[in-house]
Design a protein around this ligand. Structure first.
Ligand SMILES: Cc1cc2nc3c(=O)[nH]c(=O)nc-3n(C[C@H](O)[C@H](O)[C@H](O)COP(=O)(O)OP(=O)(O)OC[C@H]3O[C@@H](n4cnc5c(N)ncnc54)[C@H](O)[C@@H]3O)c2cc1C
Length: 462
């Protein structure tokens, strides 16, 4: 027990904040979590609409690589709710075609052989030229991607001269699915990092879905666990500013006028909200804080459409390079608790959830216009299956600033969890850790922030 009942204020009740709360109560700290919204979970949050259907901030796939997340779920006894799917990735195409990257149950890199020699779409020549472009990655391993943060993935691909079809059909939806920005914007480092991990760790690209809502299997159990151990959770409480006295944080100013103080402060905010609560004096005090203004959030749109028939029977994540649905899934297949519509069973039909992107140019459109465009993408990808198909319900969530945008040159500005201010620690997907802005990243950032805070508390003895 290192906490010795010292007080920690956690600002933000997304996955990073909830993870930090659990880790800190486990260490004996006295924890209070402040969350602006009425629900916890941030970008992974879900809520029921007035008809009783779950609405999600976005489709959340669980990558095999997120060990830290599964350790956490095992501790709160909800790991059983991750439903692992077949280890393959299917891409659907305009006109009704599709192709699938399969894997074999063999050690790396042999597990990727079927994806290279028999994916049913790209020629062996195309895959061989791609494999050749990865030689530096194979030789230098994880030391290579950081050397490529100066350029976009499209520039890197141009330099390596691998085919346009691979870029358009495989990497465009991949970049949009990972960080909601296209290859012409995303740093080459990100795609190369992910490729290196998929290449090195066979199970890392395997995908899972939760059996139901993240509220039931992640956030509520985390809040309950920490509450039982004495943590205090307050929602609908927004922090307006961290109060900095020139040396350390003296308190937080809430929007309702109240001031709260603690021994330590741990932020778990989206990057734009963190920049908003940091006072100018702190940003001027140290470049560490001033540079955070360079990071920004990406817009993204999530859409659900219930159709009156089964359009895809694939029980897994789907990618599409054609239209505006780079990544999607039929939740009526992937997510057993979601086989419902307005509280009634919804078997053998389709409840698609889409990540719509790139969203920048779509944010100003109405719900009807966006649903119409998504529906047209679906009909283009499944011309036969959608003949006569009717939409029974649709929902839409717009997030103007979601995950941070990993543009070229931004890696250097991702903050460490330990800051130059003795009693201030930072967590969140954009802070430095292996998994970028993702569920695994949020959990890892919280683990690292708590490690740094615990160490500081032990050293300071206060
Ligand atoms: C559409 C979409 C799809 C995604 N898909 C995947 C996926 O498939 N797999 C994956 O691993 N990741 C995915 N992600 C990314 C993942 O959701 C995030 O990386 C992760 O949830 C970030 O967690 P966080 O706790 O760092 O931040 P957040 O979830 O943003 O939490 C921050 C919290 O701080 C609160 N807050 C903000 N301002 C204040 C304030 N002033 N005072 C108090 N509280 C405040 C917010 O309300 C929020 O609850 C997706 C994200 C989106 C948007």
């Amino acid at each position: 027990m290192n906490g010795n009942n010292k007080k920690v204020l956690i600002i933000g009740g997304g996955l990073a904040g909830l993870t930090a709360a659990k880790r800190l109560v486990d260490q004996g700290f006295q924890v209070r979590v402040l969350e602006k919204r009425s629900i916890y979970g941030g970008k992974v949050s879900a809520w029921k609409d007035e008809e009783g259907d779950w609405i999600e901030s976005g489709t959340h796939c669980f990558f095999g690589a997120y060990d830290v997340l599964y350790d956490l779920m095992k501790e709160i006894k909800t790991y059983h709710a991750v439903d692992w799917k077949k280890h393959q990735l299917t891409y659907t195409l305009e006109g009704g075609n599709s192709f699938t990257f399969k894997t074999w149950d063999l050690p790396s890199p042999l597990h990727l052989m079927p994806a290279i020699v028999n994916n049913g779409y790209f020629t062996f020549g195309e895959m061989a030229s791609f494999a050749k472009s990865l030689i530096p990655l194979a030789l230098q391993k994880d030391a290579y991607p950081p050397t490529q943060d100066h350029q976009t993935f499209a520039q890197w691909a141009e330099e390596k001269k691998f085919g346009k079809r691979l870029m358009d059909k495989m990497f465009r939806p991949m970049a949009l699915a990972l960080k909601f920005i296209p290859p012409e914007e995303i740093s080459a480092k990100i795609i190369l990092d992910v490729t290196e991990t998929f290449y090195r760790i066979p199970d890392s690209s395997c995908m899972g879905f939760l059996k139901g809502s993240p509220q039931e299997y992640l956030h509520d159990p985390l809040v309950d666990y920490s509450t039982r151990k004495g943590a205090e959770f307050q929602n609908q409480v927004a922090v307006d500013e961290l109060l900095f006295d020139g040396t350390e944080i003296r308190g937080v100013q809430l929007r309702n006028g109240e001031i709260l103080d603690a021994d330590y402060y741990l932020t778990a905010l989206p990057i734009h909200d963190l920049c908003r609560v940091l006072p100018a004096s702190l940003k001027q005090h140290d470049r560490f804080f001033g540079d955070l203004d360079r990071l920004e959030g990406v817009p993204v749109i999530s859409v659900q459409i219930w159709y009156d028939r089964e359009i895809s029977s694939i029980d897994n994540v789907l990618f599409s390079p054609d239209g505006i649905i780079p990544v999607y899934a039929n939740l009526a297949r992937t997510t057993p608790d979601y086989r419902t519509l307005r509280g009634e069973p919804f078997e053998g039909k389709t409840r698609f959830e889409f990540c719509v992107g790139p969203a920048k140019s779509l944010m100003g459109l109405t719900k009807e216009e966006i649903i119409d465009r998504v529906d047209r993408s679906v009909r283009a990808n499944f011309p036969k299956e959608t003949q006569g198909a009717k939409i029974l319900k649709s929902t839409l969530v717009k997030i103007p600033r979601s995950v941070y945008a990993p543009l070229p040159g931004m890696e250097q500005y991702r903050p460490t969890q330990k800051t130059p201010v003795r009693n201030l620690f930072i967590s969140g997907g954009y802070s430095q850790q292996l998994y970028y802005d993702s569920m695994g990243g949020a959990v890892m950032s919280a683990n690292l922030a708590v490690d740094a805070l615990t160490k500081a508390a032990a050293e300071n003895g206060r």
